[in-house]
Design a binder for this molecule. Sequence first.
Ligand code: PEP
Ligand code: MN
Length: 452
Amino acid sequence: MNRTGIVARVSIPSLADLHAIGAVQQPSYADPVSRDAAVETLRRMPPLVFAGECDALRDRLAQVSRGEAFLLQGGDCAETFEGVTAENVRNKLRVLLSMAVVLTYAASVPVVKVGRLAGQYAKPRSSDTETRGDVTLPAYRGDAVNGFDFTPQSRAHDPQRLVDVYNASAATLNLARAFTTGGYADLRQMHVWNTDFVRNSPVRERYEKIGHEIDKALAFMDAIGVDPEEFHTVDFFSSHEALLLEYEHAMTRVDSRTSLPYDVSAHFLWIGERTRQVDGAHVELLSRIANPVGVKLGPTSTPDDAIALYEKLNPDRVPGKVTFVTRFGAGKIRDLLPHLVEKVTAAGLEVAWVCDPMHGNTFETDNGYKTREFDDVIDEVRGFFEVHRSLGTWPGGLHVELTGDDVTECLGGGNRLSSLDLATRYETLCDPRLNRAQSLELAFLVAEMLAE
Ligand code: PEP
Ligand code: MN
């Protein structure tokens, strides 16, 4: 044992062993030599995050699982290399930090802030191929694997992209660290960085009211000579779906301080709905690392699945290690979640329960856009709160796909986007995201649920 409470299991299976176990949703690289070269390049790269930071996040998630804090996790469905710009990253951080301020202030709970960014470049797909007219090509699997352009060259799986993911993630995380610790996230700046941001938004009045109240509270603190560090910086963590074995394995290293393996590509990794087989390679790899990990649980997951996943991922029962992210859909959550939570709780397992109100609520409009209805998103979150409240468990957080820009990808919200509006700014390469106004509205509604 060491201070993490984890019995050291330093052995990491080899990449070949992992592949032998069997993993779905993997790229098929035509040239093993360039694949191996990319993996070797990654193995030499410095860590993107430090083990001690992962431990700190695990401790914060232990607070979430005990009902002492709330998790806010959000970002794009799929980041793109083209999207690695100062403006794009700043806008995403701004919307996340604004949501966190609303939740913290309106509900008086500490909020753990985790970006779905700096590594979210690989996507599981329901079909291996995409057909347009009479042409069939490999499906787009995220910039980590291939290009979005519908040509054979672009859709070929290219291992050099794994190295590009590392570089794009490093650039994004560097900026995120600068923004969150370098003064930009100072609560005193909140008004400045949001004046334009909320100007034409349906939440403007509510947002400005909170801003004024915070200003007053800060002035009072000033007057009595209190100026804690927390007013000037925020703790911010990175996360992505651990999908590509080549990448995650190359980024897994044994930490000299604890002698434990950490996946140093992000603070938090999660296993997707399509790769959560308890005897599969993804669960195997994530069971060896000391980072906190999440598992997405869709409507087909049974309580026994969840318990088996927990036992495999956290045999030492380390607090904060496992987060269950449920994504049932608004129509199913009230029927399916109670049984799951009851049995996991009865098994004595301490998990952070988080709601992903996006992935169970996707549909296609008549005019051909993949979208989500804001009211369904809210309804699933409401169902999540109702179920946990009735069982006496803690609705621990929110996992959302969002962007800081005024895109038109999800229907509804205060601006009442209709299916005809979707064409205006539909920019996602994968799933539809809440825009900044919809994200802030969601934060206000969730703050009300939390405060109830
Ligand atoms: C996602 O988070 O983008 C995703 C694919 O989710 P899930 O694994 O829950 O379907
Ligand atoms: Mn998605």
